[in-house]
Write a protein that binds this ligand. Structure first.
Ligand code: ADP
Length: 390
């Protein structure tokens, strides 16, 4: 079972391994609030119930009992392992690990690095461990794939003891997705992962670019937190940090609130004043809305800037891969970014780019760098790592 636990939600997928066949998926939402929602797919149909689910432990119990009730499993023993998506592994965790007591203690020690996500992740892990004490629980970390970055990529040019004493450095996120794409690309090209030099644009609600050299992450656009890098659905991406103090002064608000605006009310939403959803912006822009078009253009420009710079850093990328909600579906955005990369020899093929949600080459045959859409699959990656550690 692949699990992603948030503060009030719990997403799950049950996969048959090693065939990677999806058996069922679902989500528990509004945990600890009134009218919690439990949704599970049974034979492909959504089955939704409104219930009271006071905490994560109750959510896990309910979810497992529903699997039996719907005849998806006949006993808990059929679940051989649980893979937990964990947002942060600090600088000690560079691959998926079995979540024993020592690992959980370590995660509790670094909770301040990602308080909003790591706390809920740990709550989910503990709830599952209590209900399924006899199976292996594996942590799959968003930061792990980026632990191969060299110092010159992950260190900020700030006093060195900010790093040594306070762990301030670039960690990078979306690592499970970037790793999946790297492996999938190697498979598609029939080559060893060690020979893969690519740039991955994971553009969803959250978005990050990754430079992959010899199959390893050597730089990525997200940083100490997911706020760094390119503008996203509601995140600003890079800004001059001096703006934070300036806006705190003029708005007479604490720094914390300004950061909250940079995380939750900026990016697509902030610039467009319409929505954080790319579909809304694409359709508003098509109707001539300037701010909607601008929100997309600011993001596309920054993505192209990162790709051009990473092309140099990996020593000449063989391919650029688009993935996640926008990367897989938004063809005008892909075309726009491609158009901004013509000087490094990228040529998008209009017909090939007319695609959505499937693996597809979208560049022309004479494009100097191949461009692909490859749908990501973080759950499969979680299930693979869990199986490997059983
Ligand atoms: P998350 O970071 O939450 O996992 P996703 O990868 O699901 O995000 O991406 C969500 C984004 O993908 C939204 O902005 C959504 O509008 C966009 N998206 C999904 N389908 C389409 C589509 N058909 N056309 C354009 N954008 C799409």
């Amino acid at each position: 079972m692949a699990v992603n636990a948030g503060s009030s939600s719990l997403k799950f997928q049950l996969l048959e391994m090693p065939s990677e066949k999806l058996i069922t998926s679902g989500i528990v939402e509004r945990i600890g609030m009134s009218k919690s929602v439990f949704m599970i797919k049974v034979d492909g149909e959504k089955n939704e119930e409104i219930l009271d689910i006071p905490n994560h432990g109750d959510a896990v119990n309910l979810l497992l009992n529903k699997l039996i009730e719907h005849n998806i499993i006949s006993s808990f023993d059929e679940i051989a392992g649980v893979g937990h998506r964990v947002v942060h592994g600090g600088d000690q965790i560079s691959k998926s690990v079995v979540l024993d007591d020592a690992k959980i203690k370590y995660l509790e020690e670094i909770i301040d690095l990602a308080p909003l996500h790591l706390g809920p992740n740990l709550t989910g892990i503990k709830a599952f461990k209590e209900v399924l004490p006899n199976v292996n629980h594996v942590g799959v970390f968003d930061t792990a794939f980026h632990q191969t970055m060299p110092e010159e990529s992950y260190l900020y040019a700030v006093p060195y003891d900010w790093y040594t004493k306070y762990k301030v450095r670039k960690y990078g996120f979306h690592g499970t997705s970037h790793k999946y794409i790297t492996q999938r690309y190697a498979e598609m090209m029939n080559k060893d992962v060690k020979d893969v030099n690519i740039i991955i644009a994971h553009i969803g609600n959250g978005a990050s670019i990754c430079a992959v050299k010899n199959g390893r992450s050597i730089d990525t656009s997200m940083g100490f937190t997911p706020l760094e890098g390119i503008p996203m659905g509601t995140r600003s991406g890079n800004i001059d940090p001096a703006v934070v103090e300036y806006m705190a002064n003029v708005k007479k608000k604490p720094v914390k609130e300004i950061l909250n605006i940079l995380n939750k009310q900026s990016g697509y939403l902030g610039v467009s004043d319409i929505s954080s959803d790319s579909r809304d912006l694409v359709s508003a822009a098509e109707k001539g809305n300037h701010q909607a078009a601008l929100a997309i253009a600011i993001q596309s420009k920054r993505i192209a800037d990162y790709i051009a710079s990473y092309h140099n850093y990996v020593g000449g990328a063989e391919a650029i891969i688009f993935t996640a909600g926008i990367g897989e579906n938004a063809k005008p955005t892909r075309a726009d970014i491609g158009g901004r990369l013509e000087t490094i020899g990228v040529k998008i093929d209009e017909e090939r780019n007319d695609t959505r949600g499937v693996e597809q080459l979208i560049s022309t045959d004479d494009s100097k760098i191949a461009v692909y859409v490859i749908p990501t699959n973080e759950e499969v990656m979680i299930a693979r790592d869990t199986l490997a550690l059983l």
